[in-house]
Design a protein around this ligand. Structure first.
Ligand code: NAP
Ligand code: G4F
Length: 325
């Protein structure tokens, strides 16, 4: 039975990836941080087979211990402070966790491999946020990085470090440059879930308005369940590499709002939406759209869930969740 260690197990992607790996017969281990983490219960309810190891990406010895205890064939580093807006308020912490944390995991994996640094395969959760002020449309693996947030800068560090460990030590280290991916498990601070939850609550008469920032920002939104499959496929390749994972379609926040309201039969959505400076960013990433040709050709990966289906899935989930309250 192959064994995998997943950092960020309590997050959106960690949960989908754990389900995928369990279905493939893996012995799945997860790194969980903090004393009495409230998300522990969510993991235990959804994927009770996962064995949890206490640790933090800022604490090298806890990561080394988790690697030793889980004896992994594959390590997926999904742990991060992942909310871009928050990263301006906590830039140093974001750098430590989202940036330096990658080096910590790479070192733990390298040391564990002993004489054979490629013995344990490593996946790094890189991000399209690294492209920031995009220098090319669509963005591909070779597009120059121009991050626009402390989060993007930290991800760029982790990305380059992953490439460097592959080149320096011959590690089987791959980096997935994933564009935005969403699901009913998305955190409520991200714009998609904020919208679908508010639309459900407005439809049910529980809320009057939805307050947003920049409606003109455009993102390449896919479904998280499709994207974790790509992570696994990267580690099954003989050679490690970097892969853009994206749908190739871009939509504005406004289009997302429109589609979410349309799902509950509201066309005059503007009367429910108020704009506030509070949700605008010091530096915006205006438009992202990815070219996943390499993933399609080498991994035979392609997204299964389209934009409207994704929005509908999220609104339906929030209608059910909010009706139960
Ligand atoms: P998420 O839901 O925010 O999950 C982040 C995970 O990181 C949580 O499990 C969190 O644990 C953990 N974490 C935070 N600080 C930590 C620390 N100091 N030590 C150990 N773990 C820590 O993020 P996601 O959407 O699943 O994304 C997974 C990864 O992909 C992240 O690295 C993200 O930056 C990257 N990514 C995401 C997207 C996207 O669109 N979703 C796109 C590109 C890249 P707690 O429960 O303890 O907070
Ligand atoms: O949903 P968001 O917060 O996601 P963002 O910043 O694109 O980051 C997500 O995707 C990255 C991949 O590119 C990941 F690496 C990262 O971890 C995260 O998962 O914001 C999307 C867009 C932004 O342009 C933002 O300015 O929506 C705009 N927006 C407008 N009003 C808002 C709001 N974003 C949020 N969170 N809340 C608003 O009220």
């Amino acid at each position: 039975m192959p064994s995998a260690l997943v950092t960020g197990i309590t997050g959106q992607d960690g949960l989908y990836l754990a389900e995928l790996l369990l279905a493939k017969g893996y012995d799945v281990h997860g790194l969980i941080r903090g004393q009495n983490n409230p998300r522990r219960e969510v993991v235990q309810a959804l994927v009770p087979e996962v064995r949890l190891h206490t640790g933090d990406l800022t604490d090298m010895s806890s990561v080394v211990r988790a690697v030793r205890e889980s004896q992994p064939d594959e390590v997926y580093n999904l742990g991060a402070i992942s909310f871009v807006a928050y990263s301006w308020q906590n830039a140093a912490l974001t750098t430590d966790v989202t940036g330096k944390g990658v080096l910590t995991v790479l070192e733990a994996v390298r040391l564990h491999g002993g004489d054979d640094p490629s013995a344990v395969r490593f996946y790094q959760a890189s991000s399209s946020e690294m492209f920031g002020k995009a220098q090319e449309v669509p963005q591909r693996e070779t597009t120059r990085l121009w991050p626009r947030s402390p989060y993007g800068v930290a991800k760029a560090f982790g990305h380059h470090m992953t490439v460097n460990y592959r080149e320096s030590y011959g590690m089987h280290a791959s980096s997935g440059i994933l564009f935005n991916h969403e699901s009913p498990r998305r955190g409520p601070e991200f714009v998609t879930r904020k919208i679908t939850r508010a639309v459900a609550r407005i439809h049910l008469g529980l809320q009057d308005e939805l307050v947003l920032g920049n409606l003109d920002a455009r993102r390449d939104w896919g479904y998280a369940g499709d994207y974790v499959e790509a992570m696994w496929l990267m580690l099954q390749q003989e050679q490690p590499d970097d892969y853009v994972i994206a749908t190739g379609e871009t939509h504005s926040v406004r289009e997302f709002v429109e589609a979410a309201f349309a799902h509950v039969g509201i066309d005059d959505w503007a009367r429910y939406v108020r704009l506030s400076e509070e949700f605008r960013r010091p530096a915006e990433v205006h438009e992202l759209v990815g070219d996943a040709t390499r993933a399609r050709e080498r991994l035979a990966w392609k997204p299964q869930v389209g934009f409207v289906e994704l929005v509908s899935m999220m609104v339906e989930n929030d209608l059910k969740e909010q009706s139960r309250r």
